[in-house]
Design a binder for this molecule. Structure first.
Ligand SMILES: NC(=O)CC(=O)C(=O)O
Length: 287
């Protein structure tokens, strides 16, 4: 099968876990009825996004309530479900920001703990320190479908080109990032980063944000979108709650890779810094 439909659910997340789960359930059904074979939820879809909330909302994976529901919903709707992310209570009291991935039979295919924690400080704009309460994941995550291999990252992971490049080398044709950029970094970088990852690696990239809720403690940018291997945006949400769909065409991806054969042309022998670096001398001036 060379094409399939991906749904990105831009959920309006509230402080009520029960309401968030109910809303996600309804939206997943709607997406499946619209023909989606893979459905993805946003980062932190069952809890507000913030270090003060993670301990209270955290659940074990895969034995917590949210994991059980995600398993049921993927089975009932016969879809692959990329379960956004939730705060996970892990071993030794550690907390993680974790995405679980479910098969159309309801089986757990993988679980990705955010590898790069969101620790930034932009004076007067935004300061956020996930590492105050979260631990970072220690592995990258891919899963296989009958369509293609898919790589998963969470939000800040999108900024690290090396991770996407490894996924490409592992054979991924689509990368999915549940993510919640904000009102400072969203307008500046959200779209560009996805286009960069897509063009560098000649694959599809999709990122799923929560909807923007102005009164939330962390205001998400929204604008869930998908980019094709040419770097073109093929679908993009506004900021409000919605579902956007992307038809992923693997034949087109193959054409791009043949037309511009980057993998064959890569000069791995040139990408290591070997001392000393020879700097060309400035031309001497003859008076
Ligand atoms: N929230 C994140 O993890 C990342 C983000 O907002 C950004 O990189 O900007």
């Amino acid at each position: 099968m060379t094409s399939f439909r991906l749904a990105m659910i831009q959920l309006a997340v509230t402080a009520s876990k029960a309401d968030n789960l109910k809303n996600a359930f309804l939206k997943i059904k709607e997406a499946a009825n619209a023909g989606a074979q893979i459905v993805a939820l946003p980062e932190c879809f069952n809890s507000p996004y913030g270090v003060d909330y993670f301990p209270e909302y955290a659940e074990p994976v895969p034995n917590g309530e949210t994991s059980r529901r995600l398993s049921e919903w993927s089975r009932e709707n016969k879809v692959y479900l990329v379960g956004g992310s939730i705060p996970e209570s892990g071993e030794n009291g550690k907390l993680y920001n974790t995405c679980t991935i479910w098969s159309p039979n309801g089986d757990l295919l993988g679980s990705h703990r955010k590898v790069h924690l969101f620790d930034i400080d932009i004076p007067g704009k935004i300061s956020f320190q996930e590492s105050k309460v979260l631990s970072s994941g220690q592995h990258l995550t891919t899963f296989d479908t009958e369509f293609c291999r898919i790589g998963v990252g969470i939000c800040y992971d999108l900024r690290f080109a090396e991770m996407a490049q490894l996924y490409r080398e592992k054979g991924c044709q689509l990368l999915i990032y549940p993510g919640a950029f904000n009102m400072t970094t969203g307008p500046a970088h959200w779209k560009l980063l996805q286009q960069a990852r897509a063009i560098d690696n000649q694959l599809y990239v999709a990122s799923v944000s929560p909807a923007r809720v102005e009164q939330a403690p962390y205001v998400a940018w929204g604008h869930s979108l998908a980019v094709n291997p040419w770097g073109k945006i093929i679908t993009e949400a506004e900021e409000t709650e919605t579902i956007v769909y992307a038809d992923i065409d693997l034949k087109y991806l193959q054409e791009i890779r043949e037309q511009i054969p980057l993998t064959k042309q890569r000069r791995r022998d040139m990408y290591e810094i070997k001392e000393p670096i020879i700097t060309a001398a400035a031309p001497s001036v003859v008076i």
